[in-house]
Design a protein around this ligand. Structure first.
Ligand code: MG
Length: 112
């Protein structure tokens, strides 16, 4: 298997090893509010890739930063991100799509 195609368990183990190496759980690195702030920071970096016309490689790197943080947040929050992913994909499969202001949106479209 290509190294870049490792499965979720291997990705989770790599992130756990990173947390262990730097003792994140002992030093506030697994506090959820802090992790949310870090994820927002990475989302800003992803946004800058788009708005500043950076390369596809730069965009991929920033998305990887966010994915690593998401997997780490699953460790911090003690939930199974892979199960949550597949549960949500199942739900999304039953949702409607609509064109809103020229762009497609898939949502529950609850009427208020
Ligand atoms: Mg980054």
């Amino acid at each position: 298997m290509d190294d870049a195609r490792k499965n979720y368990d291997e990705m989770l183990a790599a992130v756990q090893a990173f947390h262990d190496k730097h003792q994140l759980s002992q030093h506030g690195g697994e506090d959820l509010p802090y992790r949310i702030a870090l994820m927002a920071e990475e989302l800003g970096e992803i946004s800058a890739c788009v708005t500043k016309g950076k390369t596809r490689e730069a965009l991929a790197e920033e998305c990887a930063d966010l994915l690593i943080l998401l997997i780490g947040t699953a460790i911090s929050g003690d939930f199974k991100l892979d199960e949550a992913f597949w549960n949500k994909m199942g739900q999304l499969g039953n949702r409607e799509s609509r064109i809103i202001e020229g762009r497609i949106r898939v949502s529950e479209f609850r009427e208020t």
